[in-house]
Design a binder for this molecule. Structure first.
Ligand SMILES: Nc1ncnc2c1ncn2[C@@H]1O[C@H](COP(=O)(O)OP(=O)(O)OP(=O)(O)O)[C@@H](O)[C@H]1O
Length: 329
């Protein structure tokens, strides 16, 4: 069996709030293989960004505790010094953020920003860096790469800025790219183009991709596997086919029901009652989704539920899925 690029085991990321630590990522385990797109989905506040920032070790060290393992090519990033992490970030693992206008430096030209990464991680000469940068801009579908090279971020459209972010992320041929809501700020047609671009780059490079999104509809076409996160935990994990054809956890089913394309003209969009609990106030001893489906009997839930394997590669948390139905159905 091939080895994963990334192997996360029992990762727990806790934030210090008023002198106490509260987990925002709670015993999360999964792997990413070469040439694979793993989507992490869940509503706002489920811990997706905390997970991404933990892998990159970009949290504030003084207020964050990271436990468990983040094995990148068999080396545990949790033990890495800041200096070692600087060699990993941007070179081995690239990251694409949601809003390129805030992630890009408004005072630097596009060319300089891409070259900065190349200067830090490679020994390429100035001329070779320029050529590589033009090549990258071409690869990500920028129509006039030499002109864009000298432009500033605000002179580009949102879609073009996101392409620039992608070119920075892939500049040093990383084995893994983390894309944190890369299309959320873009309109639908541009979203599709950006995801298709990521997929086509992956074909050439075989990199693994972690695609973080709150929108399940975004991942259907591009992902290989889906991880559904709720309140810091993985509640379901499976292949795209398993999650879309046989979703089990009530949260997965609720997310799928709220996808607009699945709604006919007659029906209203499904809204999941209630809210994701805050890391300070949540009850960690019971099924964390149970307060949002109060019509399901308490007996349907397990105490401190674990993940159960229901089919090869398909895992679901809590037995409540066996008893779940939508309110009013
Ligand atoms: N630095 C921090 N200090 C304290 N709490 C934090 C910190 N960062 C995140 N949290 C809390 O951790 C939980 C998970 O947040 P996170 O941003 O990872 O969620 P998310 O699923 O990525 O949501 P979004 O899509 O809105 O970013 C939330 O309750 C959030 O308030």
């Amino acid at each position: 069996m091939e080895k994963p690029i990334l192997q996360i085991e029992n990762l727990t990321t806790s934030f210090k709030i008023k002198e106490k630590y509260y987990p925002a990522v709670d015993h999360v385990s999964f792997s990413v293989f070469e040439n694979e797109i793993v989507a992490v989905v869940g509503e706002s506040g489920c811990g997706k960004s905390a997970l991404a920032l933990s892998i990159m070790r970009l949290h504030n060290h003084q207020r964050t505790k990271i436990e468990g393992e983040i094995k990148y090519k068999e080396r545990d990033l949790v033990d890495f010094s800041e200096r070692q992490m600087n060699q990993v970030r941007g070179k081995e693992i690239g990251i694409i953020f949601q809003e390129p206008l805030t992630a890009l430096n408004p005072l630097m030209t596009v060319g300089d920003q891409i070259e900065e990464n190349l200067t830090f991680h490679t020994k390429l000469s100035k001329e070779k860096r320029r050529l590589r940068t033009i090549e990258l801009l071409t690869q990500v579908g920028i129509p006039y790469p030499t002109r864009t090279y000298d432009q500033f971020p605000h002179e580009l459209s949102g879609g073009m800025r996101q392409r620039v972010m992608i070119s920075i992320a892939i500049a040093c041929n990383p084995s893994l790219v983390i894309a944190d809501e890369p299309t959320t700020a873009l309109d639908v047609t541009i979203q599709v183009q950006i995801l298709e671009l990521l997929k086509s780059i992956q074909k050439d490079t075989k990199m693994g991709i972690i695609l973080i999104t709150h929108d399940l509809s975004v991942v259907a076409e591009v992902a290989d596997r889906i991880i559904v996160m709720y309140a810091g935990q993985v509640v379901e994990i499976g292949t795209v086919k398993q999650i879309f054809a046989n979703p089990l956890h009530p949260y997965t089913r609720s997310l799928l029901k709220s996808i607009p394309s699945q709604v006919t003209n007659k029906k209203r969009l499904h809204v999941i009652d209630g809210m994701v609990p805050s890391i300070v106030n949540m009850n960690r001893e019971r099924c964390r989704f149970s307060p949002r489906i109060p019509w399901i009997s308490r007996n349907a839930h397990e105490e401190s539920p674990d993940l159960h394997e229901v089919a090869p590669e398909h895992l679901v948390r809590c037995t409540c899925y066996k008893h779940f139905y939508f309110k009013g159905s």
